[in-house]
Design a protein. Structure first.
Length: 351
């Protein structure tokens, strides 16, 4: 079923099938696979697409049966596409002049995802170079970074409600990027950890093992290199899932002490892999109690031979009224304030 929310007075129509029009040049935020037909296939949370044009209207073409997507023009939300299928949305009635159109992926899709087919010009539109930002931040994390159930009205949610009330665009990472006028990439996956996932699920699969995938639910394609993405800062927030539930019989660790030692060793190795791949980047490692001391130990080990100091940030005191005791929208704003301040204390981060 196609559902759409419109924000008047801009006129919009949703039409199927797709028109055969050459799309505008696009700026891609986050990981997406550029297909031979010109479309972009995406799966990681927080992916966004932007174009600029001169004119009075634009058509947005998508293909997804699971995602919620937001369409905005000049920073103002114009429509929300809810599991639209293969469709195009035409927005008209814009004031004559230059405009920025943007499509944001709001929901999380650990399997599947969707395709962005392009921003299609309407009669009279003139293509302009897409937006470009000098600052770039990569965020690596779990459900807290995804924005799991952050727009919910309570802690008790069905799986469908978790999906429908997750809005990554209002999670702390995009809020930080907006404050700093930075492009961003989010590599986050709910329930996953450095060596152990929530309640011991999916043994052997961790964020470091998923990291190179262009789509989180597919083993291929992998990102071939980092030439097209050079962040000045990488922010990592992992550990909650590794330690939040008791160990079960048959898991790989005989004790919490063994788990913590393994977690620290794998975390150090993961960050060193990222350092080799992105030698220009500074690093900020985040965490909360009861494992923040382990985060500090990881940073201290990295700082024994790091080219530039690795910073840490402790956060806590959250109301956790999102789904399943996750951060609320207010919590995400509070975390964004802390992270923005911590970044401001990293000397030379944007050089």
């Amino acid at each position: 079923m196609v559902m759409i929310r419109l924000f008047l007075p801009v006129l919009a129509t949703l039409a199927i099938p797709l028109a055969a029009q050459a799309p505008l040049p696009v700026h891609v935020g986050g990981r997406a696979v550029h297909e031979a037909d010109g479309s972009w296939r995406f799966g990681w949370p927080g992916v966004y697409f932007e174009s600029r044009f001169r004119g009075t209207g634009i058509t947005v073409a998508v293909d997804t049966r699971t995602e919620f997507l937001r369409v905005s023009v000049d920073g103002e939300e114009r429509a929300r596409l809810v599991r639209p299928g293969s469709a195009q949305l035409t927005i008209t009635g814009l004031a004559p002049g230059d405009h920025v159109v943007r499509l944001d992926k709001l929901t999380e899709s650990q399997e599947g995802g969707g395709r962005f087919l392009g921003f299609l010009p309407i009669a009279g539109d003139v293509a302009l170079p897409p937006p470009a930002r000098a600052r770039r931040i990569e965020f690596i994390g779990d459900s807290y970074t995804v924005g799991y159930g952050n727009a919910a009205h309570g802690r008790t949610c069905t799986r469908a409600e978790v999906h429908d009330t997750t809005d990554t665009s209002r999670a702390w990472a995009p809020l930080v990027a907006a404050r700093l006028e930075a492009d961003y990439r989010i590599n986050a996956y709910s329930g996953i950890g450095v060596v152990r996932n929530y309640n011991g699920a999916m043994p052997g699969q961790s964020l470091p093992t998923l990291y190179d995938r262009m789509l989180p639910g597919e083993t291929a394609p992998l990102e071939p290199d980092a030439a097209g993405w050079r962040p000045q800062l990488i922010v990592i927030s992992l550990g909650g899932n590794d330690f939040s539930t008791p160990l079960h019989a048959g898991e790989a660790w005989a004790s919490q002490e063994a788990l913590r030692a393994d977690w620290r060793a794998h975390y150090v190795a993961f960050v060193r892999r990222l350092m080799a791949r992105q030698p220009q980047a500074r690093f900020l490692l985040m965490g909360h109690d009861p494992f923040f001391a382990d985060v500090e130990t990881v940073a201290a080990e990295l700082n024994r031979d790091a080219a530039r100091p690795v910073a840490t940030l402790h956060y806590g005191g959250l109301e956790l009224t999102g789904c399943d005791w996750h951060p609320s929208l207010a919590d995400h704003r509070a975390i964004a304030e802390l992270v923005t301040g911590a970044i401001g204390r990293i000397e030379g981060v944007w050089q």
